[in-house]
Ligand binder design. Structure first.
Ligand SMILES: Nc1ncnc2c1ncn2[C@@H]1O[C@H](COP(=O)(O)OP(=O)(O)OP(=O)(O)O)[C@@H](O)[C@H]1O
Ligand SMILES: O=P(O)(O)OC[C@H]1O[C@H](OP(=O)(O)OP(=O)(O)O)[C@H](O)[C@@H]1O
Length: 217
């Protein structure tokens, strides 16, 4: 058998939307994948030259950038945060829509003229770049979730986090003050693998065709 391809997918919320798109491109996990009790992280597919790995969203980008996986699916938030040179994101899959925003406690003092801010976020690089463009130095406190409680506890005056329905902000007494970027999930590939393995290029074409069909529909 030829060397196996590894396709990395995030274990959380993008997965349900990603599976039907993957199936149209011929990437179908074998039995056991949907079993919640299954602790395995590697899964066979119906292609005998491909396996799936199910990892955290940020780690999908890391595995693909280092060539440990040749392909993956991940939110554009993660791609922007890492900015890995070895990652190529050729196809917008039109799933996992949300946006990245700055938020602060409802009724907070207007500190628009401040030149230095403290911000709690999972995205320190995007956050620093966003505030730099406004001439503001952002001191980022890195959290991995539940950013929304940081202002109330005095950890930071603002947060930068993903927003979809806005429910999490609202239920934690926060309001969005600016929108940084719109997010959707992308197919990502390792650039070297794309150049050397025709199977990777064929999969990019398959996902591209699906995305074009979808936007024409
Ligand atoms: N509220 C949301 N609505 C839509 N898409 C979202 C939302 N929150 C996150 N996303 C997308 O889903 C991705 C997170 O995917 P997923 O939930 O699989 O991550 P994870 O691996 O479980 O993350 P964690 O590191 O928190 O464990 C984000 O990077 C973003 O692109
Ligand atoms: O606008 P909403 O629809 O309320 O969605 C926004 C929430 O979704 C994401 O969290 P997730 O549920 O992925 O959990 P996490 O905090 O563990 O990342 C994000 O970090 C927000 O907390």
């Amino acid at each position: 058998m030829t060397n196996s391809l590894t396709f990395a997918i995030p274990k959380g919320r993008i997965l349900d939307e990603a599976l039907p798109v993957m199936a149209r491109a011929g990437v179908v996990p074998e039995d056991g994948f949907h079993d919640k009790a299954n602790r395995s992280l590697t899964f066979a597919t119906t292609r005998d030259d491909m396996r799936l790995i199910r990892v955290r969203a940020f780690d999908v980008a890391t595995f693909v950038a280092h060539g440990a996986a040749q392909l993956g699916i991940v939110g554009s938030d993660v791609i922007e945060e890492f900015d890995y040179a070895e990652l190529y994101a050729p196809v917008d899959l039109d799933i996992g829509h949300c946006h990245l925003a700055v938020a602060e406690p409802k009724g907070a003092q207007d500190t628009g003229s401040a030149s230095h801010l403290r911000v709690a976020t999972k995205y320190p690089n995007i956050t620093r770049r966003h505030f730099e463009r406004m001439g503001i130095q952002a001191e980022c406190v890195k959290l991995n979730g539940a950013m929304e409680i940081a202002p109330e506890l005095g950890l930071a005056g603002r947060i930068v986090d993903l927003v979809s329905t806005g429910t999490t902000l609202r239920e934690n007494g926060l309001v969005e003050t600016s929108r940084i970027m719109d997010i959707s999930a992308r197919l990502i590939v390792n650039r070297a693998a794309l150049k050397t393995d025709p199977r990777v290029a064929a999969l990019v074409e398959a996902f591209r065709a699906i995305s074009e069909e979808q936007s024409a529909a």
